[in-house]
Design a protein around this ligand. Structure first.
Ligand code: NAD
Ligand code: MLT
Length: 534
């Protein structure tokens, strides 16, 4: 029951396994309404008294819909990606977001292998011929997998399962995942490669990374040129990873031997999409998670989460809300936010295997507050690299699963002018990335990047440039961005001494294209370019 004695209303707007939802529909205190794909006016009236909203990937839970749902307290997503949910908007309203990330891993892995085999042996094409009365044993000559190279991009839950099965097929398996350490890869029997090398060496390239700014257009015109001639690409992750025009052009020119796609930039795929007309491209309508077993499991997991929320007021696996008592939250709320922002910043500065996350407390922090703040930092780091939602509860579990050590410590050395400082340090295969922050005027601030002094509000879209301090640098950067129509709303510079290592942090209004980032990297004296979104 809700506070006003009404039954707790659960709205389901995407197809979710009914059997798995039975614990909810059988519960006397719950009113479960299933309204698939409702028209806008119908959805608006349903949301007026909805307390829990359950979706798969079709429904887009946008800020506009959240506004129309005054009684909404929890959103449940069957599956991994919460990219169809405005999680930040939900957090602002105190609405918990839960998902069921593990239940469809095997389904997505097996679908990937279904596509790899179908593509290698032309199974759908031969089947279509047969159904048209033909019998052609020469046209659909296939290729074997044994002895070939499988390139797995993203060694998360699904990528790992795909890699294991590749080894079982007698393939050499190479992996690109900047956040996996060399030891972890070795433990799985695979080798890590930079993306260009993986693309150049693999016969089959299978994508398993999250969607989002950092991976959008991972396969584009330029990276397509790095792909080995005749290779095949499988995308069972997110449509936006592949620029569809680049893929169509590469197939038509014969550079790419084939592709199998389960996900698309815009879903449903347009009826007249050029992809539909290519004989060596296999398409499935986002079926990766569509097995009876996975759909049952995701629905059961969600049902458990909703019942726990209704009966015990707990959103234990919420991706967005910490389960701390209100008093603790009030005392450390700003430091939780600071920890998470610093973690997210660090996560987007990494480019080699992540081994450890250290949180260092400097100044007057209570012992009992250290753990939650460290978890917030870890959550920030992992959120920027994983597809599944990361919450306060699952962040330490996910870190353990990925072999990432965590630690927190006190350092009595405080910097002049500050009472409390927090360092988030990522230890990687190639060294440390350290970011230091403080709460200034009740808001988080980054005050050191490594050992360079800065003063940055960790908010919005940023370009972080590492450079050699030299005359004209700011002018060069400003002129280039001006020419490309990029508006700078804030610019911060940090350096040790004239002519030494320096850093520029530019906050900008709009997204910038990878081309602009590349041009920035070509300015003499610029030694590193990062795109960070907080
Ligand atoms: P995960 O979070 O467990 O793994 C993602 C991996 O990608 C991590 O190891 C991370 O380190 C790595 N990564 C992040 N950025 C990277 C980059 N730029 N380059 C290389 N590696 C990078 O996620 P998962 O559960 O394995 O899911 C993988 C993908 O599959 C996601 O996009 C998810 O949404 C999608 N998915 C699709 C279906 C479907 O129906 N087709 C079903 C389930 C999941
Ligand atoms: C996911 O992120 O879990 C998938 O895209 C599967 C789905 O939409 O069901």
């Amino acid at each position: 029951m809700t506070d006003n004695g009404k039954r707790f209303t659960v709205l389901v707007t995407d197809p979710i396994d009914r059997e798995g939802l039975k614990p909810l529909s059988d519960h006397p205190g719950l009113d479960v309404r299933v309204e698939l794909n409702p028209a806008a006016d119908k959805l608006q009236s349903l949301l007026a008294d909805t307390n829990a909203w359950l979706v798969r990937s079709e429904t887009k839970v946008t800020a506009q819909w959240l506004e129309k749902a005054p009684a909404l307290r929890i959103i449940g997503r069957t599956g991994v990606g919460v990219d169809n949910i405005d999680v930040a908007g939900a957090s602002r309203r105190g609405i918990a977001v839960i998902n069921a990330p593990q239940a469809n891993t095997i389904a997505a892995c097996e679908h990937t292998w279904g596509l790899i085999l179908a593509l290698s042996r032309n199974i759908p094409q031969a089947d279509s011929d047969m159904k048209q009365g033909k019998w052609d044993r020469t046209r659909w000559m296939g290729t074997e997998l044994q002895g070939k190279t499988l390139g797995v991009v993203g060694l998360g839950r699904i990528g790992r399962e795909v890699a294991k099965r590749g080894l079982a097929f007698g393939m050499r398996v190479v992996v690109h995942d900047p956040y996996i350490s060399v030891e972890q890869a070795r433990g799985l029997g695979v080798s890590l490669l930079p993306l260009p090398e993986l693309l150049g060496e693999s016969d089959i390239i299978s994508l398993h990374v999250p969607g989002g700014d950092q991976t959008k257009g991972l396969i584009n015109d330029e990276t397509m040129h790095q792909v080995k001639k005749g290779a095949r690409i499988i995308n069972c992750a997110r449509g936006e990873l592949v620029q569809e025009k680049a893929l169509v052009d590469a197939i038509k020119s014969g550079h790419l031997g084939g592709a199998a796609l389960d996900v698309f930039t815009k879903e449903p795929l347009a009826a007249d999409s050029p992809l539909r007309g290519l004989p060596n491209v296999i398409l499935t309508p986002h079926l990766g998670a569509s097995t009876t077993e996975a759909q049952r499991k995701v629905a059961e997991e969600l049902s458990k989460g909703i019942l726990e929320f209704v009966e015990r007021g707990l959103a234990r696996y919420a991706l967005n809300l910490p389960g701390f008592d209100p008093e603790t939250l009030e005392q450390i709320g700003p430091y939780l936010e600071l920890g998470e922002k610093l973690g997210a910043f660090v996560g987007q500065m990494l480019d080699s295997g992540l081994k450890e996350i250290r949180t260092v407390f400097r100044g007057d922090f209570e012992e009992r507050h250290r753990h939650p703040v460290s978890v917030a930092a870890l959550k920030g780091v992992l959120t920027s690299i994983l597809a599944q939602g990361v919450g306060f509860i699952n962040a330490p579990i996910l870190a353990r699963e990925r072999g990432i050590k965590t630690s927190d410590s006190i350092d009595p050395a405080i910097l002049e002018g500050y009472n409390r400082l927090l360092d988030v340090v990522a230890v990687t295969d190639q060294g440390e990335v350290r970011v230091t922050g403080a709460i200034l005027s009740h808001a988080p601030r980054i005050v050191r990047l490594g050992d360079l002094v800065v003063d940055v509000r960790p908010k919005g879209k940023m370009i972080v440039l590492e450079n050699q301090d030299q005359p004209g640098m700011i002018g060069h950067v400003g002129t280039l961005l001006g020419k490309r129509g990029v508006n700078i709303s804030d610019m911060r510079v940090g350096r040790h001494a004239p002519q030494q290592k320096a850093v520029m942090v530019l906050t900008i209004d709009e997204d910038v294209s990878p081309d602009v980032l590349k041009e920035l990297g070509q300015i003499p004296g610029i030694t590193g370019v990062r795109w960070v979104r907080l």
